[in-house]
Design a protein around this ligand. Structure first.
Ligand code: ADP
Length: 208
């Protein structure tokens, strides 16, 4: 099994590449969704988060009120660090469980961790099955902005999200593969098909 960390700035096309890789046969784990799962009703981080940030954040369904939590940690690095200290180990535990169950299923042997936050944390690294290869999807900032606005985000929100993330340079530094997605969807499909060939080669080498 080859475990791949797939990342990229918002609007770069990371989710689109994940979908394309899935169509080639990769197993995808949406790490951002795991972050929501741990604080949803019954999630392992619900009680620790409420203990740290206050029971007023308990939603009517018993999970954590995410918008309220987001407003506490947004623009407050200390509060964000406190949240990450609780959430990241919980996400990594869930990630291990997911990878373990994929490992026993049929598949091409390539597991892709779709994760917006990679360079900034130990998500997907402090695990029993850490990623071994990193792929970054890149697109010029003006193209990303345009795509986000097209997707329904306000220009101000889109700019704030772009500014709050790691830079392409930071991502490139830890990447084994970079996909440039400044062009059209056909070009992206071709680039992803080439990436898929390379990943499969690596997975086969790993298996022998
Ligand atoms: P991310 O997951 O990196 O935030 P997405 O894959 O969701 O980005 O892409 C952002 C938006 O841009 C989506 O609406 C997607 O369909 C669109 N998109 C992605 N790549 C291209 C492309 N090469 N040409 C046109 N639109 C694209």
């Amino acid at each position: 099994m080859l475990i791949v960390g797939l990342t990229g700035g918002i609007g770069a096309g990371k989710s689109t590449v994940a979908e394309l890789l899935a169509s080639h046969g990769a197993a995808i784990v949406d790490v951002d969704a795991l972050g929501r799962e741990i604080i949803a009703p019954g999630g392992t981080a619900v009680e620790p988060v409420l203990e740290r940030f206050g029971d007023q954040l308990r939603g009517p369904d018993g999970g954590v009120d995410r918008p309220a939590l987001a407003s506490i940690v947004f623009n407050d690095p200390d509060e964000l660090a406190a949240l990450n200290e609780i959430s990241h180990p919980a996400i990594n535990d869930l990630l291990d469980q997911r990878i373990e169950s994929i490992g026993t299923a049929e598949g091409t042997g390539v597991v892709v961790l779709d994760m917006a936050v990679l360079t900034e944390s130990t998500l997907g690294r402090d695990t029993r099955f850490p990623y071994e290869v990193v792929v970054t999807v890149e697109a010029p900032p003006d193209v990303r902005l345009e795509r986000l606005i097209e997707r329904g985000m306000s220009a101000d929100d889109a700019k704030a999200r772009l500014a709050s993330q790691a830079t392409d340079e930071q991502r490139r530094e830890v990447s084994n593969f970079v996909i440039h997605n400044g062009g059209g969807t056909d070009e992206l499909a071709d680039a992803t098909a080439q990436l898929w060939d390379a990943l499969q080669r690596l997975a086969r080498e790993r298996a022998t």
